[in-house]
Design a protein around this ligand. Structure first.
Ligand SMILES: CC(C)(COP(=O)(O)OP(=O)(O)OC[C@H]1O[C@@H](n2cnc3c(N)ncnc32)[C@H](O)[C@@H]1OP(=O)(O)O)[C@@H](O)C(=O)NCCC(=O)NCCS
Length: 168
């Protein structure tokens, strides 16, 4: 089921809390065949940067999407990003990615991620933001029918500045 555009709530992006983990896991099991566990999100809260996007006018600012990033020195990796299927395709993923990129410290020089070759919406989301393909990991992901490659994408932050200004 998808929601009508008119019903898209005003959104709010805030740090993920322990109370968000259950609704986040509920979304996670819907959007991927190999969902992260509750424990993985708990560990991410302790070790990584975690944000949720919420409907600002829904009960308790219930998460409708989330992102987890990990930073080592001057490089950040996007480990997980998802939007509740009901709300996909309405630029909420783009909002969340833009917020995530904007929240990074100036010392971060590059951002990287891995994505399934078949995940067209995610590839488009990243490509729109200025990520480029830099490599592939053959047969990296399991699928229902066998295995598929991972695309490695990266973005050099100095190269993206004009794109961010135009898109915001
Ligand atoms: C990837 C994801 C986060 C994108 O969030 P979203 O809110 O649906 O994305 P947006 O509405 O901001 O759209 C981003 C781009 O993807 C495209 N897109 C969105 N849904 C799409 C679909 N079903 N098929 C093809 N393209 C799609 C949009 O057209 C847009 O590109 P455009 O601006 O050039 O038109 C979301 O689809 C999702 O949660 N997917 C499942 C989890 C996942 O795959 N995460 C990424 C792991 S690497």
């Amino acid at each position: 089921m998808t929601v009508d555009l008119a019903n898209i709530p005003k959104t709010l992006i805030r740090p993920m809390t322990v109370d968000d983990i259950a609704p986040v896991v509920a979304i996670e099991v819907e959007v991927t065949a190999e969902p992260w566990s509750t424990k993985q999100f708990q560990q991410s809260l302790e070790q990584h940067q975690c944000w949720v996007i919420c409907g600002a006018e829904t009960d308790n600012n219930q998460p409708i999407g989330y992102v987890v990033t990990a930073t080592v020195v001057d490089q950040t990796e996007i480990l997980n990003i998802a939007i509740d299927p009901q709300y996909q395709g309405h630029k909420l993923g783009s909002q969340l990615l833009r917020h995530t990129m904007g929240s990074l410290s100036d010392s971060i020089e590059s951002v990287l991620l891995e994505v399934r070759v078949s995940n067209f919406s995610a590839i488009r989301l990243y490509f729109n933001y200025g990520f480029i393909e830099v490599g592939r990991r053959r047969d990296y992901y399991r699928t229902e029918y066998g295995r598929e490659d991972a695309i490695l994408m990266t973005l050099q932050r100095s190269a993206v500045a004009p794109i961010v200004e135009q898109g915001s």
